[in-house]
Each structure stands twice: as structure tokens, then as C-alpha cells.
Design a protein. Structure first.
Length: 116
């Protein structure tokens, strides 16, 4: 299993970023997938989840209406479009299966830093 997150960076409050999660080593199209984030000093939290057919099924209250999860099963890739970013969104972002489906090995994550 190989998971590579990318697309993070430094952005001003109100800005946007699009994260990508490229996977290999498992049958990506048959699994629901999730984005997680880990802010400094906080536990890793599940941010959004997408069904295997591309239907979003969960957004954390803190990102509802600002983040959009999507996937391309032909490319074994998942995305997270993040709009109207806030300093509270500063974190390392990871992708994986939903906790209730059984986690895979973690990638290195991608750092998002939102300045006020």
C-alpha cells in the first residue's frame, strides 16, 4: 500500500487549495475513502468521507460548506478542494480509509498553513 498526499502549502485566510491523494497497492475503486487532518497539539480528526461511487457522505461541521471531497477511480486518486480557508484549518492532511473500514498504512501527509 502506498499513499501520497500533495497540494498543501501556505495560503492566506480566505484562500483555496486543492489536495490530491494518489494511491497504489490496493483496490482503490471498491473502498470508501476519507481525508483526515492533524493540527499541532490536537488529535487526528476525520474531515470528509466519500463513498466508492463518488458520493460524499461525511463532512466535519468545521468544514461543511467550504470543503469538497471528490475522487477519480480511473486514476486511483482522491481530492479535497478547500475554499475559504481559515487559520483553524492549519494542519497536516492525510488520506486513508474511514476508521470504521479499517485503516491502511499512513502516507506522509501534506502540510497546509493558513495565515491570518
Amino acid at each position: 500500500v502506498h499513499i501520497v498526499e500533495s497540494g498543501g502549502g501556505l495560503v492566506q485566510s480566505g484562500g483555496s487549495l486543492r489536495l490530491s491523494c494518489v494511491t497504489s497497492g490496493f483496490n482503490f475503486p471498491i473502498y470508501d475513502m476519507s481525508w483526515y487532518r492533524e493540527a499541532p497539539g490536537k488529535a487526528r480528526e476525520q474531515v470528509a468521507t466519500i463513498r466508492l461511487d463518488g458520493s460524499p457522505i461525511f463532512y466535519a461541521d468545521s468544514v461543511q460548506g467550504r470543503f469538497v471531497i471528490s475522487r477519480d477511480n480511473n486514476r486511483n486518486t482522491m481530492y479535497l478542494q478547500m475554499n475559504d480557508l481559515k487559520p483553524a484549518d492549519t494542519a497536516v492532511y492525510y488520506c486513508n480509509r474511514p476508521i470504521e473500514r479499517g485503516l491502511l498504512s499512513w502516507g506522509q501527509g501534506t502540510q497546509v498553513l493558513v495565515s491570518s
